[in-house]
Design a protein around this ligand. Structure first.
Ligand SMILES: [Zn+2]
Length: 342
């Protein structure tokens, strides 16, 4: 039993080390919430941009933008995607507690710039491959921007350098990882049998009960909400002492209990806002003259024409042979006639 719980701790630790963003449960929950709200042509549009074997299940692709970055999930190609790494977050000056786009998102290289750019691409781009990539990035970045430490302080890299111990663990973790997945993992383990689908049902209930006056379209407001959580909550330990990179923290039940409801509200809001955004995009996306996926390609048409022509030729030749055979069989048999005369 001791060994089992030790192994579980190791697994958690490994999870803390490698995930980047909410972690698979948080990201897939947000995307699944969003999909639950799709209307009109949005489900058909999503289906057209996702691999056929996922049957339009966009939540299966929620962590794609993280997976491409790491050698353990993308062993031979992760180097090619490192340019996208800064698009997952915003760094603000320590304790400035406000967001300034010109100062904090130079050249749109940050998570809010990425959301705007990939939204634009989905509104204007006609190429299916470009649209698919934009969609995968967008669903992930809307998730990231609702993790408060993805709009964290620059000096400690959004809490990555603020390290310590959690729930009496013998391993070291950091503040960013706790907010990505550590606190969520505790919640799932304790109350949902580590079952992400049961947990989704819980967050779905939260989402449908959110107040209707929410700022679903205002990215700056999403960031301001995050920064408020960072400055008023995240950096204070269980004794209300400010945490920083120079000292190890010790966090447990008190910190978990006062944080988990904030995290769940962020997941619910992220899901609803992504749903609103995808429904808007399904309406405003460029309309093609015809759906390329349903349209027969020119090579397929050429093949059909060849097969039809060959079929017609085969029928004509068959008819000719049949007519000749009939003609021959109706002609008098000269051998048998002469034989009769003899
Ligand atoms: Zn991310």
């Amino acid at each position: 039993m001791v060994i089992k719980s030790w192994l579980f701790s190791i697994v958690l630790f490994e999870t803390f080390i490698y995930v980047y963003g909410w972690g698979p449960v948080g990201h897939s929950t947000i995307v699944r919430l969003a999909q639950s709200q799709l209307s009109d042509t949005a489900p058909e549009w999503i289906l057209s941009l996702t691999p056929w074997h996922w049957h339009g299940n966009l939540s299966a692709l929620a962590s794609w933008a993280d997976d491409i970055l790491y050698p353990n999930t993308n062993p031979t190609g992760y180097d090619n995607w490192q340019w996208s790494r800064p698009l997952h977050y915003i760094n603000i000056p320590d304790w400035s507690c406000n967001y300034n786009h010109e100062r904090d998102c130079v050249g749109d290289i940050c998570v809010s710039g990425a959301i705007k750019n990939y939204t634009k691409r989905l509104e204007t781009e006609l190429d299916d491959i470009q649209q698919t990539e934009a969609l995968y990035f967008l669903i992930h970045f809307v998730g990231d921007i609702h993790q408060p430490l993805h709009t964290g302080f620059a000096s400690d890299r959004g809490g990555n350098d603020v390290k310590g111990h959690y729930m009496n663990g013998t391993y070291s973790t950091n503040l960013h990882s706790l907010w990505d997945s550590g606190l969520l993992t505790t919640r799932l383990h304790r109350n949902f049998h580590s079952n992400a689908s049961l947990y989704y049902d819980h967050i779905y209930e939260l989402m449908i009960n959110l107040p209707s006056e929410d700022n679903d379209n205002n990215i700056e407001q999403w960031i301001d909400d995050n920064i408020k959580i960072v400055c008023e909550h995240i950096y204070f330990d269980e004794n209300n002492v400010t945490m920083n990179a120079t000292a190890n923290f010790t966090l447990g039940e008190v910190y978990y209990n006062r944080s988990i409801s904030i995290i769940e509200q962020r997941l619910a809001r992220g899901g609803r806002r992504l749903g609103v955004l995808l429904n808007q995009l399904a309406k405003t996306r460029p309309q093609k003259s015809s759906d390329q996926k349903n349209k027969l390609s020119s090579s397929t048409i050429a093949l059909i024409v060849v097969l039809v022509v060959e079929g017609v030729l085969a029928i004509v030749v068959g008819i000719i042979f049949f007519i000749r055979y009939k003609k021959r069989s109706s002609e008098p048999n000269s051998f048998s006639l002469s034989s009769t005369k003899e």
